[in-house]
Design a protein. Structure first.
Length: 94
């Protein structure tokens, strides 16, 4: 399992119910995600969820192939915004 370091940045994302259901339906594709699939299976969708860069990269790969509906496009946009936030936060620290 990947252990976060002090310099690793978390992003908190709140998913809509439809987006959350899409994530749960596609956890089978997250087998190499170091527990992300189990985390998503246990989530209820009632609060924001924290993700690290490697979590979001996995979600980007899974959801990027599904961008066919407005719901998946919205979900993909949230993931990309999270990745951009981490990237911009790291560049401002350096």
């Amino acid at each position: 399992m990947i252990k976060p370091e002090k310099s690793d940045i978390k992003v908190f994302i709140k998913f809509e119910l439809e987006e959350f259901e899409i994530l749960k339906e596609n956890t089978w594709d997250m087998s190499e995600s170091f527990g992300l699939d189990r985390r998503i299976e246990m989530m209820t969708g009632k609060r924001k969820v924290s993700f690290y860069n490697w979590d979001l990269e996995c979600l980007e790969n899974v959801i990027g192939d599904l961008k066919t509906t407005p719901v998946t496009e919205s979900l993909y946009a949230k993931i990309i915004n999270g990745l951009d936030f981490i990237k911009n936060s790291k560049s401002s620290i350096e």
